[in-house]
Ligand binder design. Sequence first.
Ligand SMILES: [Zn+2]
Ligand SMILES: [Zn+2]
Length: 230
Amino acid sequence: MPEKIFTIPINEAMDKHEGCPLCSLRAKLEADNLKYSLGAAMMEPDVRIEMNRLGFCSKHFDDMFSAKNKLALALILESHLDEVGALFPAPDPEPGRKKKKPAKGADEADSVSELAESCFICSRIKGTARRYYSNFVYLWDKDPAFRVKLAGQPFICVTDAAGILRAGKAELKPSSYAELKDALNVLVGSYIASIRADVTKYCQSFDYRNADKPLGEEKNAVEKAIKFLR
Ligand SMILES: [Zn+2]
Ligand SMILES: [Zn+2]
């Protein structure tokens, strides 16, 4: 029996009809994880070990910097710098200070690359998003009303279409997966056609011959295309 704790928030996000429903769930997840990272969790040793090991991506460092809790961020940075410092073992300016030793036999290039590419918040979001996708395809498979809901969405972005398809391929019968792909082809395919037409009109508006033709909804074409493609 698959875990289905996210079926209610997924349905609620679908009822909003504001952009990609899974992006709106992810935005909430992101805000919750930011609060979690700068909250009491950062004082828990197990959580801190993970933060030190994974670090943060540039977006989430920026988000944490913009948040109000500078002391929590500075404490996180202090211990994370020790972890990073172990990968760049310069002569110690404070002899006697306890220093982390790099793992034996680890390849420095691999270790530094892994650190540069990992993020504590991204990894937590990815874990929950996988469960969203799994619940999403479960609903799609079992609930005929959900299929109607999906067809009525403004769009599903490329990232979330990928997650849904991956979950569908792994968890649905081949016939059901084929129907899911068909449903996304209709929804996403027609959105691409409409946004492509708007982008073209936007490009044409730069032509001096169109200077006296004001843009309608197409004025938001670039922003809309980026929201869909990210
Ligand atoms: Zn999305
Ligand atoms: Zn991140």
